[in-house]
Ligand binder design. Structure first.
Ligand code: 13P
Length: 279
């Protein structure tokens, strides 16, 4: 299967009322695990990296790795810049071969967010661009954000002025680990759906109860982001492997079980999104 943009996968997801799982990878093992899980579930999939991840290993590393994995994969694979924090980083990811970009101007005032987002849409050309209005709370890559819910009328205006391809809603989810059970404003989501017809994206999904995620998908979410869940899954498996093999010193002894654990978890999350069998 080719290395693809998200355009066709979103079109089918919107039509079929399911979501594409978008999974954050931090390293080669996690990227391999995500592709292996998608193949096992016959699902289209999005691998994404935050600016923090790209400081650790640049866009050239992830674009090289994921494009090569995608070439041999039996399912469509897209590579997305998650929470792009500058025009320059978005442009660099495009140059290196990313197939989808997010520009996150959600901390700017409305007008500034529109201006930045529009610049990235114009630069992106054929690549789809995701943007956010309102703020998903919690620990977002390198900073703590205060949640501010998306206003449906402003959302419609934002989409019209920027020409983005997908829209991230702020309806009460937060990045990182939830302190209590998240309370999502589902009526707000339906309000956005009624005014905005492009694919809607749910951020901060780790820790959101399964039934709430499914209800969001029924109400128009067609990309569901998971990062923290996979970081925890990977790290717990590494810790367990080290505890089980105190004398081992070959990194593969710890990384292979972690890769297998992430594969299993991503398979579950793909089934939760309903994208299994949709490749
Ligand atoms: P979580 O870390 O809560 O899964 O959020 C991921 C996300 O939204 C990435 O943009």
């Amino acid at each position: 299967m080719p290395f693809v943009t998200t355009k066709e996968m979103f079109r089918k997801a919107q039509e079929g009322v399911y979501a594409i799982g978008a999974f954050n990878a931090e390293n080669m093992e996690m990227a391999q695990a995500i592709v292996a899980a998608a193949e096992a579930e016959n699902a289209p999939v999005i691998i994404q990296t935050t600016p923090g991840t790209l400081k650790y290993a640049g866009p050239e590393c992830f674009a090289g790795l994921v494009s090569r994995l995608a070439r041999d994969a039996k399912v469509p694979v897209a590579l997305h810049l998650d929470h792009g924090n500058s025009f320059d980083l978005a442009a660099k990811c495009k140059r290196e071969g990313y197939t989808s970009l997010m520009i996150d101007g959600s901390l700017l005032p409305f007008g500034g967010n529109v201006t930045l987002t529009k610049q990235v849409v114009d630069m992106a050309g054929d690549l789809p661009v995701e943007a956010e209005l309102g703020t998903v709370g919690g620990k977002e890559d390198t900073h703590e954000a205060q949640a501010q819910y998306t206003d449906p009328d402003e959302a419609a205006e934002f989409v019209r002025l920027t020409g983005i391809s997908s829209f991230a809603v702020a309806i009460g989810t937060a990045h990182g680990v939830y302190k209590g059970e998240p309370k999502l404003d589902l009526n707000r989501l339906s309000g956005v759906r009624a005014r905005v017809d492009i694919p809607l994206v749910l951020h901060g999904t780790s820790g959101v109860p399964v039934e709430q995620v499914k209800e969001c998908i029924r109400r128009g979410i067609c990309k569901v982001n998971y990062a923290t869940d996979l970081r925890i899954t990977f790290t717990n498996a590494v810790k367990q492997a080290i505890a089980d093999q105190p004398g081992a010193y070959d990194p593969k002894k710890f990384l292979a079980p972690a890769r297998a654990a992430v594969t299993e978890r991503v398979r579950e999350l793909i089934r939760l999104c309903g994208s299994d069998g949709k490749a």
